[in-house]
Design a protein around this ligand. Structure first.
Ligand SMILES: [Zn+2]
Length: 147
């Protein structure tokens, strides 16, 4: 068993703690660092799982990236793709829905594409979610080249 972040070999206890808390195999140092990020930003645990899923697939995601106005759950800055994990979407209010759309529009004006992903997609279909994001990122890369 190895830490998905630093590649350090980890024991059973470290493995169990990180899997129970985050659902990602991490050493105790990285479990602590990630927990701090979660505490500071209310980052959903699915964002952590998606972050490491994207890393595993060879992408270069950034966790809790500051876009100048707000912190984005995950950013693929090379293609200007912001990813927000939606939790409690079953209790989405119309005000929140409009604010999210407005947010996406504001980011778009700055050249960023915003992708909102329901946390259940990550929870149940991590691999497929990662594949789709990578394909979107490829498409964005192609568009950037054309411009
Ligand atoms: Zn580590």
């Amino acid at each position: 068993m190895t830490c998905k972040d630093c590649g350090k070999a980890i024991g059973y206890a470290e493995h169990k703690t990180s899997m129970d808390l985050l659902g990602v195999e991490l050493c105790s140092r990285h479990t602590g660092l990630i927990q701090q990020i979660i505490q500071d930003n209310q980052t959903p645990v699915e964002a952590i799982q998606l972050f490491y899923g994207l890393k595993d697939a060879g992408a270069h995601p950034m966790l809790e990236w500051w876009d100048g106005q707000k912190s984005v759950d995950i950013a693929l800055s090379r293609v200007k793709l912001n990813i927000e994990i939606d939790t409690e979407f079953d209790r989405l209010t119309h005000q929140r829905a409009l604010a999210d759309l407005d947010d996406a529009m504001q980011s778009f004006r700055k050249g960023f594409t915003t992708l909102r992903i329901p946390s259940i997609a990550v929870k149940y279909y991590l691999k497929k979610t990662v594949e789709n994001i990578l394909e979107i990122a490829e498409g964005l890369k192609a568009n950037i080249k054309v411009i």
